[in-house]
Design a protein around this ligand. Structure first.
Ligand code: PBG
Length: 323
């Protein structure tokens, strides 16, 4: 009789498989994204993201309550302002939509961790993540506005600042801005490795943040590059980041693994809008089993090395984990 390994011994029953499972999902790992919008009595379905809504502040508490009841511990807020201009003034207005939302949610749920996405693209009329001059996105001029945005979000009570703009030096600029304003204790969750991805399409519908001309390829990364991700992550660690986001997640599991092996900070996988919508579309057609596919996919992100998962599926996952 030839000798070989009996791998199937550890798969003989559900109990046996539970015993040897290497990766576990927890509700505490989830960060739930919410789109908050100026106006009243709004719960607007985002067409390209079934199950995702834009919320006005008078209605958003029911959604937050639902997340809290499901055991979700943190949300990230994306603002859809009423007015846009060339320099994204509503991003750093103390009465801006994100600032108001943070104050309201923190007042009602002081123990809930509220993360503020720090970017300009939803707030600028040209839709870019910085200041534009003659078609060029200016780096250092944009940093000043991003610092103002981060500080005003911290003043409103944001627990974590999450800059997603991909300007160079944004972590050090925001870190010193926060420190000088007295927010030494507020962590920076940096979108450290952010690719110029076609998977962001549905988000741009939800956040009204498509660039009006050109694309984001001069600041977001080329999907073909791996070593560049190490340089981006390293810079952010040296500049004082507290968390590293890798975005998107599904097509970049190799990058999550690479960063896990090189850096010690908590890693967040951003399961982006297009990844959500693809599954929703297939599930609505009855082509895949939504719950099984989502859990497999989110587990793969953790297996790749992510500590936290930022996902539009958060409420569904929390519900499935309860059963
Ligand atoms: C803003 C921002 C984007 C996303 C999060 N923050 C869009 C972009 O860079 O164009 C995308 C998130 C998603 O697709 O779910 N800079």
């Amino acid at each position: 009789m030839q000798s070989f390994d009996r791998h199937r011994r550890l798969r003989t029953s559900a109990g046996m498989r539970d015993l040897v499972r290497e990766t576990h999902l927890h509700t505490e790992d989830l960060i739930y994204p919410l789109f908050v919008m100026e106006g009243e009595d709004i719960k607007n379905p985002v067409k390209s993201m079934p199950g995702v809504y834009q919320w006005s502040l008078d209605r958003v508490d029911t959604e937050v309550q639902e997340a809290v009841d499901l055991g979700i511990r943190s949300i990230i807020l994306f603002g859809v302002p009423a007015e846009k201009d060339a320099v994204g003034s509503s991003a750093y207005d103390s009465e801006g939509i994100v600032q108001k939302a943070v104050r309201q949610i923190k007042a009602a749920y002081p123990d809930f961790t509220v993360i503020a996405d720090t970017c300009l693209c939803q707030f600028t009329d040209h839709g870019h993540c910085g200041v534009v001059e003659n078609g060029e996105i200016l780096n250092d001029e944009s940093l000043d506005l991003l610092v103002k945005t981060a500080v005003s979000q911290a003043e409103a009570g944001a627990d974590i600042i999450a800059p997603s703009n991909m300007m160079d030096g944004f972590v050090t600029a925001i870190r010193s801005g926060l420190d000088e304003a007295g927010f030494k204790h507020v962590p920076v969750m940096s979108y450290a490795v952010k690719y110029a991805s076609a998977f962001y399409g549905p988000f741009r519908d939800a956040a009204h943040s498509s660039p009006q001309s050109g694309d984001r390829k001069t600041y977001q990364m080329d999907p073909a590059n791996r070593r560049e991700a190490f340089r981006e992550a390293r810079s952010d660690v040296e500049e004082g980041a507290d968390f590293l986001i890798v975005k998107p997640a599904l097509s970049y599991l190799d990058i999550i693994r690479d960063i896990r092996e090189r850096e010690q900070l908590p890693i967040v996988a951003y399961n982006v809008s297009g990844e959500y919508s693809m599954i929703k579309a297939a599930a609505e057609n009855g082509w895949i089993d939504e719950q099984a596919v989502v859990l497999e996919k989110i587990t793969s992100m953790k297996r790749a090395g992510a500590d936290l998962i930022l996902t539009y599926f958060s409420k569904d996952i929390a519900r499935w984990l309860q059963n």
